[in-house]
Design a protein around this ligand. Structure first.
Ligand code: THU
Length: 136
C-alpha cells in the first residue's frame, strides 16, 4: 500500500494552478496526482476563446501522464486559486477513471474517497472488453 504525501500533492497542485491559462472564467484550476511508480504529474486548465474547447486541468495532467511514459494514478488532488480543494467535473472523473489504479484515492470536499465512490458503476475499458468478448 503506497503512503500518500497529501501535503506534497497539494503543493504540486498549487504550483500547477499558477500556470493556468484562464482569461475567460478567471477561475484557475491546478491538479496533481501520484503515479504507481512514485512520480507526481500535474496540470492546469487551458481555456480558449471558443469556450467549449477549454481544457480542464485534469486534461493537461492526463496528457502529461501519457506523454511522460504512462502509468496508473494512485492519488489525486485538485485546487482553486486559493488552494481550496475542488471536485473534478463529471467529464474529468471519467478521464481519471481511465488511468486510475484500482482504488485510486481523491481528496474531496467530504474527505478522502475512492474513484469508485465518485464515479460508481463507471463506463470504462472493461465495458468495451466485455462487449467485444460477448460479440465473438
Ligand atoms: N475546470 C477544470 O479545470 N477542472 C474541473 O474539474 C472543473 C472545471 C476549469 C474549466 C474552466 O477553465 C474553469 O474551470 C471554469 O469552469
Amino acid at each position: 500500500m503506497t503512503t500518500v504525501d497529501w501535503d506534497a500533492l497539494h503543493a504540486a497542485a498549487v504550483e500547477a494552478n499558477a500556470k493556468a491559462y484562464a482569461p475567460y472564467s478567471g477561475f484557475a484550476v491546478g491538479c496533481a496526482a501520484l503515479t504507481d511508480d512514485g512520480r507526481v504529474v500535474s496540470g492546469a486548465n487551458v481555456e480558449n476563446a471558443a469556450y467549449g474547447v477549454t481544457l480542464c486541468a485534469e486534461c493537461s495532467m492526463v496528457s502529461a501522464l501519457v506523454m511522460g511514459g504512462g502509468g496508473k494514478l494512485v492519488a489525486f488532488t485538485c485546487v482553486d486559486g486559493h488552494g481550496a480543494t475542488l471536485m473534478p467535473c463529471g467529464r474529468c472523473r471519467q478521464l481519471l477513471f481511465e488511468h486510475a489504479a484500482p482504488g485510486m484515492l481523491l481528496q474531496t470536499l467530504s474527505g478522502i474517497r475512492t474513484i469508485d465512490e465518485v464515479l460508481p458503476d463507471a463506463f470504462g475499458p472493461t465495458t468495451l472488453d466485455a462487449y467485444r468478448a460477448s460479440d465473438s
